[in-house]
Ligand binder design. Structure first.
Ligand code: PMP
Ligand code: GLN
Length: 384
């Protein structure tokens, strides 16, 4: 029997592959992005409380009102923007679902979608499954900023959507006000929408603010902002997030969401609604991660790799182009097997596996684990 694959190019994701290899070879796993520490016991106890109290049946399709309402307060507090809890906020089963449902609600066969590469791996399949055509625009080396001239020249009457991600995985780049203004100027008179993946919204460094696309009046009207509580509160396995979009977009978004998952884990929603009442719970996240980033980049200098410290996200990207022309995949595999430190080859974030000799480390780990990994990385030269 032959099955006509809808995604013939797709195999197992690099995150699964490298995590498995880390496990098989007993390596420190700085590959797949997940925290190596627990969440706040206060949050965990709230989940226990709500499960035991019987909040275990289907939640409302768009999310429990209490959580949507607290998201209105949080959005106003963080970004100075008032959104409507009834018509603009939807609770979903992870940002991956938000991205999929947003793309699906807009894209029809033949529509073009601009994807800035390197890009997170779920964008491309989401676009392809709707018959959309991804138009890949590389970010500009060495800082991975957006090449606005190239984006402008790619836009035509078929362009329906632009995928945005800031803070950026894997480069750590943070969008500037100029980036927001450029995007707004580009789409203001066109029927082009935006999916803004802001899952690392609370992980920014050196006092830099995260500029949500919600803060720009033009972008606010055309954007699905996708977020993830998993990233913010160190619970990636919970797969719970949100989508904030104007009423007309939310209406279409919910049509898809209700047939992808219908609704999202009930006790988690109640727990998060209570937990989010205390803004310190998310306001202390930048300082928490700043320490880890600083420790990691300080130690990484000893490895001989070249890099610019990440501005946001919990990833540090680094180049070995000056050290070797080994493929990034081979280097990642050899690092895992021989140095016992696993990372991600950045070619996995390009549709054509472009290899710029870059690797990505996740520094969302305990300090002791980071120290141990950094010690091992001082022997990197032995691989070349
Ligand atoms: N976007 C980016 C850039 C990510 O790194 C991740 C993490 N897996 C996601 C989306 C997905 O988030 P979630 O786990 O909430 O689905
Ligand atoms: N977002 C995570 C990363 O970039 C991986 C999530 C996944 O395994 N799908 O590493």
């Amino acid at each position: 029997m032959s099955i006509p694959s809808k995604l013939p190019q797709v195999g197992t994701t690099i995150f699964t592959v490298m995590s498995k290899m880390a496990q098989d070879f007993g390596a420190i796993n700085l590959s797949q992005g997940f925290p190596g520490f627990g969440s706040d016991p206060v949050l965990l106890e709230l989940v226990a409380k709500y499960t035991l109290e019987g909040f275990n049946q289907y939640a409302p399709m768009s999310g429990i009102p209490h959580l949507r309402e607290i998201m209105v307060e949080k959005t106003e507090r963080c970004y100075g923007v008032k959104v409507d809890s009834e018509t603009e906020v939807t609770i979903v089963s992870g940002a991956t679902e938000a991205i999929f449902s947003a793309v699906t609600s807009i894209i029809k066969p033949g529509d073009e979608v601009i994807v800035l590469e390197p890009a997170y791996d779920s964008y491309e399949p989401s676009i392809l499954l709707s018959g959309g055509i991804p138009i890949h625009i590389p970010l500009k080396l060495p800082d991975f900023s957006v090449d606005w001239d190239r984006v402008r020249s790619a836009v035509n009457y078929k362009t329906k959507l632009i995928m945005v991600n800031s803070p950026h995985n894997p480069t750590g780049y943070l969008w500037t006000q100029e980036d927001l203004n450029q995007l707004a100027a580009l789409i203001s008179d066109r029927d082009i929408f935006v999916v803004s993946d802001e899952v690392y919204e609370h992980i920014t460094f050196d006092g830099r603010p995260h500029l949500s696309l919600l803060t720009h009046p033009v972008l606010r009207e055309k954007t699905f902002v996708c977020g993830s509580y998993g990233k913010t509160f160190h619970v990636t396995g919970w797969k719970i997030g949100f989508c904030i979009a104007p009423e007309a977009l939310t209406k279409e978004f919910r049509k898809i969401h209700q047939f992808v998952t219908f609704s999202t884990v009930t006790p988690l929603q109640h727990a998060l609604a209570d937990y989010l009442k205390t803004p310190e719970h998310y306001e202390q996240i930048p300082a928490f991660y700043q320490k880890k980033r600083d420790l990691f980049v300080d130690g990484l200098k000893e490895s001989g790799l070249s890099f610019t410290p990440a501005e946001g996200s919990f990833f540090q990207m680094a180049s070995y182009a000056h050290l070797s022309d080994m493929s990034d995949r081979e280097l990642a595999e050899r690092m895992t097997k021989e140095l016992k430190v696993a990372c991600i080859p950045v070619s996995a974030f390009y549709h054509d596996h472009k290899d710029d000799k870059l690797i990505r480390f996740c520094f969302a780990k305990e300090e002791s684990e980071l120290q141990e990994a950094l010690g091992r990385l001082t022997n990197l030269a032995s691989l070349f």
